[in-house]
Design a protein around this ligand. Structure first.
Ligand code: BES
Ligand code: ZN
Length: 584
């Protein structure tokens, strides 16, 4: 027997699931899903079948004829959850599991009506990547095993249920509504996704609409109105789009990520609604995952860079195609900063700064950082520079074509490159990226006039005239380039001149607040306190709680803010902040 994924109980000698039929009733009162999952195996089998679960209460397991199958739920392991072992009687191809989820299910966030824009109705959403699908459905929760599924969600009639799948119908029955969805393309379980709330939609193009609470719908539709142009640019670069629709769901502010590439329905943080489309590179990123990640998938969290490094590369190619090379370079420069911070942050765990990680005993959420994103991007840029863009583009198309709807490891990736671009990996010293910590000295560095200009300021406060054409990305670079120990007076002048504490751009605001907190610029404190109560995106919670907790007085404040706000955050975000505060 072999357990190929350190984060799953799946044993590769056992049969694989082919399809899932899932029925769930959403109970906002008890914060539980009352559900039934029918797994159909690739072939009729016998013997043990190990499934992943987390905090599920299993009621019964029966075969296709309703005959009970013996099962055992093992005691929970902190990272993997509980193994559910079902004994299949000979000839079993289908099993149905009746169960209910826990109110603390790690994939789910249940919002009270007060936590929504409308304030009238509750809201529920899922976030399954990397290994939280098992807290919603008992299954083989490893990206190596793809499933097709049909789902039926029963929700209060006033609400709409959306899924990252094709809609097949809604029926109202008394006070409830049943919403049906179908996913005909096989997906890794981490891409199972749904949301339930007071939702409305607006068309953006022939293949896209945006969903949101009615209160933010117009704003979202304007911010994302260019999505069809993005889709066409991506198809030019990476080949035809395989998922039929590319819809967007603007999430409530507690959504823990910037975006999540749920197939056909990307989930997006409302902090992207800057009013000037300046943060739409996140949409480009999630769209790019339709090729790199959703079509060609990492075999486990140990190869996460295959998803994210390729996607950052693809994202910047889309940005370059739509907005020009200079803009893509600014993003690459910000990425480089983020990579340096991440490498510094992991100085006690340098092995987590190699692209190929070894994660037995390490939770994917703990290993998460900008390293797979930005170091992965640099490796692919290095290879592109080594072989030239035309050859690399041809390689990329071939790589995607050869691995459609499959999962692969870093080792399979290197074998494929060696075959199609012989010598390229050695030339860029890929070994230093893949298996060694830190940033290789030979890694490509973005250069441009606009970039040069930004690094010249140091502690000099620019004039209103000088910043006239600065984009938010340039502001971020400027703020992040302020040297450690820059005086409070510089922060005061900047705030007086440019009102940065009042910035409506979340990226600029968070860079500014984090730098201000470290410099002791008082007015930033109040804004940080309110922001931490409004937004649950981990990318912002981590630096802000981190900056607060970096001083003795700040530590107590960070604790008390967290105690006040914790229940507003998603379980994953709550755990991330807790670990920052415990380390501080
Ligand atoms: N797939 C990720 C989000 C994710 C990663 C969820 C790991 C759970 C575990 C998504 O595509 C992503 O990378 N989002 C980024 C935005 C992007 C522009 C770098 C984010 O949320 O910040
Ligand atoms: Zn991503």
């Amino acid at each position: 027997m072999a357990r190929l994924d350190p984060h799953s109980y799946n044993d590769d000698t056992q049969p694989e699931t082919e399809t899932l039929t899932w029925k769930a009733r959403v109970d906002f009162r008890t914060r539980r899903l009352h559900a039934e999952a029918t797994l159909t195996l690739r072939e009729a089998s016998a013997g043990p079948l190990d499934l992943d679960t987390r905090e599920l209460e299993i009621r019964s397991v029966v075969d296709a004829h309703g005959k009970p199958l013996p099962f055992l739920v093992s005691p929970p392991e902190p990272i993997l959850g509980s193994r559910l072992r079902v004994e299949l009687s000979p000839g079993t191809r289908q099993l149905t599991i009746r169960y209910r989820t826990s109110p603390q299910a790690s994939a789910l966030q249940w919002l009270t009506s007060a936590q929504t824009a409308g304030g009238q109705y509750p809201y529920l959403f899922s976030q399954c990547q990397a290994i939280h699908a098992r807290s919603v459905v008992p299954l083989q929760d490893t990206p190596r095993i793809r499933i097709r599924y049909k789902a039926e969600l029963t929700v209060p009639k006033e609400l709409k249920a959306v899924m990252a799948a094709g809609f097949t119908g809604r029926e109202e029955q008394g006070v409830e509504a049943v919403e049906r969805y179908e996913m005909p393309q096989p997906i890794p379980p981490y891409l199972l996704a749904f949301a339930v709330g007071r939702l409305a939609a607006k068309e953006l193009g022939p293949r896209s609409r945006v969903w949101a609470e009615p209160e933010v719908l117009e704003e979202a539709a304007e911010e994302f109105e260019d999505v069809d142009a993005m889709l066409r640019a991506a198809e030019d670069l990476f080949g035809g789009y395989d998922w039929e629709r590319f819809d967007l769901l603007t999430m409530p502010p507690s959504f823990p990520y910037g975006g999540m590439e749920n197939p056909r329905l990307t989930f997006l943080t409302p902090t992207l609604l800057a009013g000037d489309k300046s943060l739409v590179s996140v949409v480009a990123h999630e769209l790019a995952h339709s090729w790199t990640g959703n079509l060609v998938t990492n075999a486990s969290a140990e190869h996460f860079w295959l998803n994210e490094g390729f996607t950052v590369f693809a994202e910047r190619r889309i940005i370059e195609a739509l907005y020009g090379e200079d803009v893509a370079k600014l993003h690459a420069a910000l990425g480089r900063r983020a990579l340096e911070d991440a490498v510094h942050h992991f100085k006690e765990h340098p092995q987590l700064t190699a692209l190929r990680t070894h994660l037995a005993g390490v939770a994917p959420d703990e290993a998460f950082s900008q390293v797979p994103y930005e170091k992965g991007y640099l490796l692919l840029r290095a290879v592109e520079n080594a072989v030239g863009r035309p050859a690399f583009d041809a390689f990329l198309k071939r790589y995607l074509e050869a691995h459609r709807f499959q999962a692969l490891t870093t080792e399979q990736f290197t074998a494929f490159v060696d075959k199609h671009l012989p010598g390229a990996l050695a030339k860029v010293d890929a070994e230093a990226y893949l298996n060694k910590p830190g940033i290789p000295g030979s890694a490509p560095v973005p250069r441009s006039e606009r970039l040069e200009r930004m690094t010249k300021y140091k502690t000099k406060v620019p004039t209103v005239e000088e910043v006239k054409d600065w984009t938010p990305a340039e502001w971020q670079l400027y703020i992040q380039s302020l040297p450690q120990g820059t005086s409070r007076d510089v922060f005061r002048q900047l705030d007086e001149r440019f009102h940065l504490t009042k910035s409506h751009n979340a990226e600029v605001l968070v860079s500014w607040l984090a730098a201000s907190l470290r410099a002791g610029w008082g007015p930033a404190l109040g804004r940080t306190e309110s922001f931490l109560g409004e937004v649950g995106r981990m990318k912002y919670l981590k630096p802000l709680y981190g900056a607060l907790a970096s001083t003795t007085e700040g530590k107590a404040l960070a604790r008390s803010l967290f105690n006040r706000y914790a229940e507003r955050y998603h379980p994953i975000a709550r755990a991330a902040v807790e670990s920052i505060l415990n380390r501080a």
